[in-house]
Each structure stands twice: as structure tokens, then as C-alpha cells.
Design a protein. Structure first.
Length: 177
């Protein structure tokens, strides 16, 4: 009888919305689990793949990849990044795009709604918005920490937002110190 163990590939991956259950054929210290964690980490660190929900399982040296990517390029890239120590074959079951078309419309709607809300509040007008696969990236400047917090709060409360990346710099308007 074969034992399996479910675990998440690190708490930091959870925060990025990338962590999916990763099945290991043995306990979390084994080579399969290490390979799975390495794959998830590589995907999380890749600018093209980090916003996709991907899952990797490793069994007897075969990495099975599941999830949805935006393009054939990303599908190929995910497979290349999955070639880690302990993996000698890739079963690439990643699907390209159909969810991507929906995500683009949804992303545009999220961005438009959030921009409208930010402009409505004077203090958050300097914040820029980008959305990719439900991940909102905020950048630009805010005149105070409370304005930065308000922009984050507005983004986090919108329907469809999976995660918010905060790249807002606090910079008081010139002439005020």
C-alpha cells in the first residue's frame, strides 16, 4: 500500500496565491517533496508564471504539471523550470488560455473599478493600477501612510482580486514636511 502526504509548498507561496496542494509519495523530507517545492519556488519567482495557479506532483522522477497558463510560451517555460534534480521526465498537462480570456476581461474590470475609486479620493490619486490574473499591482506615490493604506484597502475589498502587490511609495507633497 502506498502512502501519500499532502502539504503546501511553503507559506510564502500561499501569500502569492500560487500554492496548490502538492502530493508527495513519501514524507515531506524526501526527494519528490524537495523537487516539488523547488518547482513551485521557481514558478513563484518567474515574472511570467508567478500569477498563474500551477500545481506540480513528482512520482518516480516524473513531474506532472497541472493548471492554466496564458500562452504556449508560458506552458513551455513552466516545463523547463520543472526540470529540477530528481525529475527526469515531464508530463505537461498545463492548459493554455481559455481562462485567460475571461481573466483579461475581469482584470480590465478590476482595474477600471479600482482606478475610479482611487480617483474619487484625493489622497490616492497618485496610485497606479495594473491587474493580471486577479493580482492587482499598485505603484506610484501616496502623500501619507494612511493614503497608502487606503489604496490597499480599496484594492483588497474588490470582488475578483486574489492578491494585492504593494509598490506604493509614501512621498508627502512638496512643500509639506
Amino acid at each position: 500500500m502506498r502512502k501519500s502526504c499532502m502539504f503546501l509548498a511553503g507559506a510564502s507561496l500561499l501569500g502569492l496565491g500560487l500554492a496548490a496542494p502538492v502530493r508527495a509519495d513519501q514524507l515531506p523530507g524526501d526527494k519528490a517533496a524537495q523537487a516539488q517545492t523547488e518547482i513551485q519556488t521557481r514558478w513563484m519567482q518567474d515574472t511570467d508564471l508567478k500569477n498563474n495557479r500551477l500545481q506540480a506532483t513528482v512520482d518516480n522522477g516524473v513531474a506532472t504539471l497541472k493548471g492554466m497558463v496564458d500562452s504556449e510560451f508560458e506552458r513551455t517555460k513552466a516545463a523547463k523550470l520543472a526540470m529540477v534534480k530528481g525529475v527526469n521526465q515531464i508530463d505537461n498537462q498545463l492548459k493554455v488560455g481559455s481562462e485567460g480570456a475571461k481573466a483579461t476581461v475581469s482584470d480590465a474590470a478590476i482595474t477600471a473599478r479600482l482606478k475610479t475609486e482611487l480617483v474619487a479620493e484625493d489622497a490616492t490619486r497618485g496610485v497606479r493600477v495594473q491587474t493580471n490574473n486577479g493580482v492587482v499591482s499598485l505603484s506610484g506615490t501616496a502623500p501619507s501612510e494612511s493614503a497608502r493604506q487606503r489604496a490597499l484597502e480599496l484594492a483588497q475589498t474588490l470582488t475578483g482580486v486574489m492578491r494585492v502587490e504593494d509598490n506604493i511609495k509614501v512621498q508627502p507633497p512638496s512643500g509639506t514636511q
